[in-house]
Ligand binder design. Structure first.
Ligand code: HPA
Length: 266
């Protein structure tokens, strides 16, 4: 950690980010438009580069509406073969840099039949179906407690702020429960039926490890999913990553507007 922080601080000086944003598949454009300093993950000691299309892989620092922001332009996923501890390491780094509010974003499949591609969904809660937890292992009391409470991972206060922002912008927002699998395969129709019964509204392969670690570190978290496809297909249509990228591309303008407004208001 000391090495990582030294490496980052050598590039950003005394810039102390207060808001952290993780930009998911196809949603990274915000960090192209607001970029004071960018550090590729490959140049940061302890960081891993993502291999996935739609994920650029750099840490971007910017001042937005007077707020100091650090953005992860792309993330590394569990299914890329790294440990839960490795993929959530950047969240701990953000904490060390001073981040207290964390905005997590992703592309997700809609389990709720009312959801359409390019809808935005506020994550109100989650179901960790990845079979693993990033806090497994020796606990470092410096970051948090051994058995963290999880009753309000996605803060009501931030959800309310996001609702107000969306209203002001005239953006229709969905809300619901995000369920994550390890991936990388998409879900079978039977699995989607089961997730619906379990109470999930959207399904993906990320975000939950970061939310668990961010919550454990005492960060206030807001989660936004971009619904890229209907996961509950029954007509035999196939799903591809290109379809996911195409839909997130369609949603990216309203997504950017919403995130910017939230940054302004928090
Ligand atoms: N399932 C899992 N992850 C996803 C999906 C999906 O349908 N769409 C985008 N990410």
């Amino acid at each position: 950690m000391e090495k990582t922080l030294k490496c980052i601080r050598s590039k950003i000086g005394d810039f102390k980010p207060e808001i952290g944003i993780v930009l998911g598949s196809g949603l990274g454009e915000l960090a192209d438009e607001y970029c004071d300093i960018a550090i590729p993950y490959g140049d940061i000691d302890g960081f891993i580069s993502s291999t996935i299309k739609g994920h650029k892989g750099r840490l971007v620092f910017a001042e937005i509406f007077g707020k100091r922001v650090v953005m992860m332009q792309g993330r590394v996923h569990f299914y890329e073969g790294h440990s839960m501890q490795e993929i959530t390491y950047p969240i701990k780094v953000m904490k060390k840099l001073g981040v207290s509010t964390l905005i997590l974003t992703n592309a997700a499949g809609g389990v709720n039949p009312d959801f359409k591609p390019a809808d935005l969904m506020l994550i109100t809660d989650h179901i960790n179906n990845m079979g693993v937890n990033p806090l497994v292992g020796k606990n470092d009391e410096e970051f948090g407690t051994r058995f963290p409470d999880m009753t309000e991972v996605y803060r009501h206060e931030l959800i309310n702020t996001a609702r107000t922002c969306a209203k002001e912008l005239g953006i229709e927002l969905r809300e619901g429960v995000y369920l994550a699998n390890s991936g990388p395969s998409y879900e079978t129709p039977a699995e989607i039926r089961m997730y619906k019964l379990m109470g999930a509204d959207a399904v993906g392969m990320s975000t939950i490890p970061e939310a668990i670690v961010g919550n454990y570190c005492g960060m206030k978290i807001l989660g936004i999913s971009c619904i890229t496809n209907s996961a509950s297909k029954t007509g035999g249509e196939k799903l591809s990553h290109d379809e996911v990228i195409e839909a997130s591309d369609k949603a990216k303008d309203k997504f950017k507007k919403l995130v910017l407004k939230v940054v302004e208001k928090v």
